[in-house]
Design a protein around this ligand. Sequence first.
Ligand SMILES: [Zn+2]
Length: 82
Amino acid sequence: MPADVKQRCGAKTRGGVPCQAPIVRGRNRCKLHGGLSTGPKTPEGKTRSMQALHAGYLQWRARNQPREADKSRPTPTRRNCE
Ligand SMILES: [Zn+2]
């Protein structure tokens, strides 16, 4: 990537197109799309955040997985988490 091209946010906007705003330095999103966020601070907030993440994952899985594939396919093992 050329040095003069700024990295773009890429978050999906209400128009359905990727956000073209430059990212916040050291982050992957622009200031309007969470680039300035420092994340949840309280234990409750962290729990809520992880629950929301998990709920989103379950929704995604329900959308993307065909019904039969659930049982026939072996569970992938995680190897690189030492
Ligand atoms: Zn953005």
